[in-house]
Design a protein around this ligand. Structure first.
Ligand code: ADP
Ligand code: MG
Length: 629
């Protein structure tokens, strides 16, 4: 290459780049070999992009050049060169791409530093892009010529300090050459075995040949295009690591190879964790989409329904037209077929995991359960596949999570519905008056403790022909209820009809518009009263969700059911008849009402109850004093 010193121009890096370079150039990292991965990945990106340009019929310089990467070294001179026939860069692109921070990993790296992370711990976890070359380089010269026929070639040179220099170059061919003058302590990278080792480890599946001394050193055959039975478990793990930079083993991988109804070669992974530490910022979601090994899109979000956006992987289909533009990918009919095939296969694999590997499945559920719930609520067509994946606490599960199938298997023969209760936590729900009758009859009730469960129940009608029923339903359909009720009536002491009518009238007066009706309860045993939603309606399941979202909602009027056999109710009834002017009556009724709101997780402001509770306490202590006289 001939330097034309006349046109040389020196520019400053952006401040952030200078900061990053400072850190990379002046410290010693054990993982610095990753600079090779970063440079090869840039070369591979550049090759994919020029391939795409050629397919979309644009005029390209050197259309017949082999799409390849070449690695060369000279141990004596301590130089290392990585060249590609990719898309290349114009002068402006060199300034823009290598002078400012383009890479999201580099941004995350700097943020991590600000949060006090050690650079050594972070280097291996994610790339810092092109700049990582300065971990090993004294000086780097990038010579590039863009694919655009009219563009000319340029040198970009830097020693990793605050400046870089640009000058015209004489390169005739398309692509980029990165020439590294290695630091003295990085001479190991001017050796064939070391380079091969690093390429094998980090870049084996790069889908263009990587040549070294005229030998191809990467496996290259896309893993997803191989037959699943030929692929070793370890290869799936390695590919996952290369794809995601996640060091944890994924919870699940599937390898889908099919030709009908749609041609598809795909490997999908379910990660172990949604967030992989503060550094692995997962800003881009989606699958890598290839058509006949040509990368069409880095992050495609139309291949899976939105609720499966935590899935990582690659999809390759020969049925996608090659000249498809990134914009029209979305609307193609092939995409819909692909989505159907991928979704079906993935959900099947999740069901299998739930059955065969319950420990892994519980990790999955705690990380990704909310996504599955979103799926149930938003994708009615997938419901059949998703319901077996749901997990709940219940009144009989002892803190364990159960499936709907577990619930149904334990149902009594005369039990007609799957009962559920909505609430904020297990303790609150287990004390709910709604559960009286269920406990008494040994009936299991699902505890729906996640605000999202309200959404789920909105769209769920039944499971295996059993309808879902909220325990606050006014017409609970309970087995053997009638008989028990009659027996209890005969046996226990109860408020008479006359007393009850007076009591109910007083409740209605005190509570005003908050209640629609006051009725004797058929289901309560241990609790004095409960709130029932008049005429059911799915609206109520959504209330908690709205409250959580900060959309303040008034509590709608409720039906109040009263337990005529409860001592507190009997006392109140007597007071209403004998001492109707006693101030304790109204206070007690209001407090009973608010206790119920509290238990339902519907109380707007619990602290507000304190003055009234003090009035009640004063009355109680005073009466105890009276009795002593
Ligand atoms: P990233 O690859 O994540 O974008 P990098 O720091 O690795 O970030 O690279 C920055 C940019 O420099 C790339 O986006 C690309 O535009 C450009 N670039 C780097 N290497 C090459 C190359 N070999 N050929 C063409 N462009 C390149
Ligand atoms: Mg890169």
């Amino acid at each position: 290459m001939t330097e034309e010193m006349t046109d040389q121009e020196t520019l400053e890096f952006r401040a952030q780049v200078q900061q990053l370079l400072n850190i990379l150039a002046n410290s010693l990292y054990t993982e610095r070999e990753i600079f090779m991965r970063e440079l090869i990945s840039n070369a591979s990106d550049a090759l994919h992009r020029v391939q795409f340009e050629m397919l979309t019929n644009r005029e390209v310089l050197d259309p017949d050049a082999e799409l390849a990467i070449r690695v060369a070294f000279d141990a004596e001179a301590r130089t290392l060169t990585i060249a590609d026939t990719g898309i290349g860069m114009t002068r402006e692109e060199l300034i823009e791409n290598l002078g400012t921070i383009a890479h999201s990993g580099a941004m995350a790296f700097l943020q991590g530093l600000e949060q006090g992370q050690r650079p050594d711990d972070m280097i291996g976890q994610f790339g810092v892009g092109f700049y990582s070359v300065f971990m090993v380089a004294e000086q780097v010269t990038v010579t590039s010529r863009s694919y655009r026929p009219a563009a000319s070639a340029w040198h970009w040179t830097s020693r990793g300090d605050s400046r870089f220099t640009l000058s015209p170059a004489a390169q005739e061919t398309r692509g980029t050459v990165v020439e590294i003058q290695l630091k003295e302590d990085a001479v190991e990278f001017a050796s064939a075995w070391r380079l091969k080792q690093v390429i094998k480890k980090h870049s084996d599946y790069v889908s263009f040949p990587i040549y070294m001394e005229d030998e191809v050193v990467n496996q290259q055959v896309a893993l997803w295009r191989q037959q699943p039975q030929m692929v070793e478990e370890q290869e799936y793990q390695d590919f996952y690591r290369q794809l995601t930079l996640d060091l944890q083993t994924p919870l699940l991988h599937i390898h889908l190879v099919a030709d009908a109804p749609v041609n598809v070669r795909s490997i999908l992974y379910v990660p172990r964790q949604l967030e992989r530490g503060p550094l692995r910022l997962r800003t881009d979601v989606g699958l890598r989409l290839y058509s006949r090994k040509v990368l069409i899109q880095d992050y495609n979000t139309d291949l899976l329904p939105e609720y499966l956006r935590f899935v990582e992987g690659v999809v390759d289909s020969e049925d996608l037209p090659l000249n498809i533009s990134r914009e029209t990918v979305q609307s193609s009919a092939v995409m819909r077929q692909l989505q159907k095939a991928l979704t079906g296969r993935l959900l099947k694999a999740l069901r299998e995991m739930a059955e065969e590997r319950p420990d892994d499945y519980s990790i999955f559920w705690s990380e990704f359960g909310p996504f599955i719930k979103q799926g149930v609520a938003t994708n009615p067509l997938d419901q059949g596949d998703l319901l077996p994946l749901l997990r709940f606490h219940s009144s009989r599960s002892d803190g364990e999570l159960i499936s709907l199938a577990d619930y149904v298997a334990r149902m009594g023969e005369d039990q007609g519905a799957i009962y559920y209760i909505l609430g904020d936590d297990r303790a609150a729900v287990s004390h709910s008056p709604h559960l009286d009758v269920f406990k008494a009859h040994g009936l299991e009730v699902l505890y729906l403790l996640d605000p999202l469960d309200g959404f789920v129940m909105q769209s769920l009608r039944e499971y295996e022909d059993k309808p879902f029923q909220n325990v606050d339903d006014p017409d609970l359909d309970l087995p053997a209820l009638e008989k028990e009720d009659a027996e209890a009536e005969a046996a226990g002491e109860s408020v008479s009809q006359v007393e009850f009518d007076q009591l109910a009238a007083r409740f209605e007066r005190v509570l005003g518009e908050q209640v629609t009706e006051v009725k004797p309860s058929k289901v309560l045993t241990d609790s004095p009263c409960r709130l029932v939603s008049p005429a059911g309606g799915p609206e109520r399941d959504l209330r908690r969700v709205r409250r959580l979202l900060g959309q303040e909602v008034d509590t709608p009027p409720k039906l109040l059911e009263i337990n005529r056999r409860h001592p507190l109710i009997q006392n109140l009834a007597r007071l209403v008849v004998n001492r109707p002017d006693d101030a304790v009556i109204d206070a007690a009724m209001e407090q009973l009402w608010e206790n119920l709101l509290l238990l339902e997780g519907l109380h707007p402001n619990p602290a507000q109850m304190v003055p009234r509770i003090q009035v009640l306490l004063a009355a109680a202590t005073e009466r105890i004093g009276d009795n002593d006289d």
